[in-house]
Design a protein around this ligand. Structure first.
Ligand code: AMP
Ligand code: TRP
Length: 340
């Protein structure tokens, strides 16, 4: 089955679990902005039900949810063209996820590397929600019959699982109801690495703030973090091949490319032979150039939480209009009696 009979539709989500990083910006947000246009309907979501798979302070959760909306709008998500909302305001996500809990197999969940990473040795103590999380993500996507999901590299396995769930559902019920969604993992910065350790992903929850650039960091902090970013003593090579085995150097080049809209090859050509004393300040200037206006606009938007809530409420209503008929049809296919 192909996705041809489905309306081209993008869905993607970010967890409100702490501040947003440059990884979120380059791996997701910037690309979500670029996908707005005539080719797709675009639906973007602050996935608060995913965030609570690990403990969240209630007041901070509400604040982080609004901050995601502010960051998306400040980065260029147009809330007329795109649907922007938070997941828990559309209960159909949770409803469809239960059905998918009954489609997905325990063996599939056991293969999820993100669960293994997050649970570590603690598999007995983490929440059941953390384990079931990929079925909720599949529900987020398939509730809208989304055909394309722009995500960072770390989410590839979850989108593949979404395809497995869709295929099993279709097969079990002899239907072609759910599309096989395509993950869209493109551009030079689909996996932004930790600034202190190039073998780890940059994340919201790393131990030290020096590991990441936050979207709300001020110019001095950004400059300091890049200055102190781990590198090696070699200057930049002439070609990308010369960055093999130099993960920290490669990461900074990819970040530069992601921020500037150039390819990593173009960046290497531009900076061939440059030392870190030249490259790092150029990178910091570029990052400040791109992030400062977004962070200023975020603060402005955050000063009016009622307006953010209004936008998300309206987005949830629009999302529900697409979701409800799909949920209803799913219930019918499964054989759940609906008499009111
Ligand atoms: P999360 O913050 O885990 O909810 O992630 C939201 C989106 O940002 C997903 O599409 C992730 O793949 C993407 N993302 C998060 N961290 C990174 C990173 N370090 N590099 C690239 N993309 C990322
Ligand atoms: N699991 C994703 C992450 O941790 C967030 C997410 C939830 C998502 N539902 C989604 C991303 C649906 C894309 C589509 O980053």
């Amino acid at each position: 089955m192909t996705a041809a009979k489905f309306t081209p539709r993008v869905f993607s989500g970010i967890k409100p679990s702490g501040g947003l990083t440059l990884g979120n910006y380059l791996g997701a947000i910037k690309r979500w902005v670029d996908m707005q246009g005539d080719a797709f309907e675009t639906i973007y979501c602050a996935v608060d039900l995913h965030a609570i798979t690990v403990w969240q302070d209630p007041a901070e959760l509400r604040n982080s949810t609004r901050e995601i909306a502010a960051a998306l709008i400040a980065s260029g998500i147009d809330t007329e063209r795109s649907i922007l909302f938070n997941q828990s305001q559309v209960p159909a996500h949770a409803e469809l996820s239960w059905i998918f809990n009954c489609v997905a197999r325990v063996g599939w969940m056991n293969r999820m590397t993100q669960f293994k990473d997050k649970a570590g040795k603690n598999t007995e103590k983490v929440s059941l929600g953390l384990y079931a999380y990929p079925a909720l993500m599949a529900a987020d996507i398939l509730l809208y019959h989304a055909t394309h999901v722009p995500v960072g590299e770390d989410q590839k396995q979850h989108v593949e699982l979404t395809r497995d769930i869709a295929a099993k559902f279709n097969n079990d019920f002899k239907t072609e109801f759910f599309p096989l969604t395509t993950p869209v993992i493109e551009g030079p910065a689909t996996r932004v690495m930790n600034l202190r350790d190039g073998s780890k992903k940059m994340s919201k929850s790393g131990q030290s703030d020096m590991e990441r650039i936050n979207m709300t960091d001020d110019a001095d902090t950004i400059a300091k973090k890049f200055r102190k970013a781990r590198t090696d003593p070699e200057p930049l090579p002439e070609t990308l091949d010369g960055l093999k085995g130099r993960p920290e150097a490669r990461n900074l080049v990819d970040i530069y490319a992601g921020l500037s809209g150039k390819t990593s090859e173009q960046v290497i050509t531009e900076f061939a032979g440059a030392g870190w004393g030249r490259f790092k300040p150029a990178l910091a200037d570029l990052a400040v150039d791109k992030l400062a206006p977004i962070s200023t606009e975020m603060s402005r938007l955050m000063a009016d939480p009622a307006e953010i809530d209004r936008i998300m409420g309206r987005g949830a209503e629009r999302a529900e209009e697409i979701a409800q008929p799909i949920l209803k049809k799913t219930y019918d296919i499964v054989g759940l009696l609906r008499s009111r």
